[in-house]
Ligand binder design. Structure first.
Ligand code: S3P
Length: 176
């Protein structure tokens, strides 16, 4: 089974929403190639994201993220996981839509917190009160994810495989 038409599948959503894990599963099912914009940025920079934030700052990271996203235009049959902040740059929204079918992975704030607090190195959560930072970022970003998305999947109580299956089903429906 291939991705319907030559479009890509693009996953957006907050940190900890499962974009990379789900993306890999969807790519396997669709026999597409999995790409992660964070990985593209890391490979070009030659260092981890935390180091890019620390040495060059968030604005530089965002520029590189936009560059990575744009570099995928013209590709097809990719499953693309994006960084959680991709929607914060307004110029990225038309690029996301142009790339293909955009899926927003959501989860309850509590579950997001439970997932992200397992990794204490996330640069945006190096604040005095990371729990509050998560709350604020989610509130700010949710309308942006919603605007970008063609489909929403609430992952709160689902396994990665179940999320991937829902996406696959929707793609099949669109094919008919
Ligand atoms: C970020 C999310 C991260 C990464 C960077 C910034 C964000 O990606 O791009 O740390 O602004 O939410 P994940 O969503 O894959 O964790």
């Amino acid at each position: 089974m291939n991705i319907p038409r030559p479009e890509n599948v693009v996953l957006v959503g907050f940190m900890g929403s499962g974009k990379s894990s789900v993306g890999r599963l969807v790519a396997r099912t669709l026999r597409g190639r999995f790409v992660d914009t964070d990985r593209l940025v890391i490979d070009r920079a030659g260092c981890p994201i935390a180091e890019i934030f620390a040495t060059r700052g968030e604005a530089h990271f965002r520029q590189e993220e936009t560059r990575a996203l744009r570099s995928l235009l013209g590709s097809s049959r990719l499953v693309i996981a994006t960084g959680g902040g991709i929607v914060t740059a307004p110029e990225n929204l038309p690029v996301l839509k142009k790339l293909g079918f955009v899926v927003w992975l959501t989860a309850s704030e509590e579950v997001i917190w439970e997932r992200v607090s397992r990794n204490t190195r996330r640069p945006l959560l190096q604040t005095e009160n990371p729990r509050e930072t998560v709350r604020e970022l989610i509130a700010k970003r949710n309308p942006l994810y919603e605007e970008a998305a063609d489909m929403e999947v609430d992952t709160t109580t689902l396994t990665h495989a179940q999320v991937a299956e829902r996406i696959y089903q929707r793609l099949m429906e669109r094919r008919r």
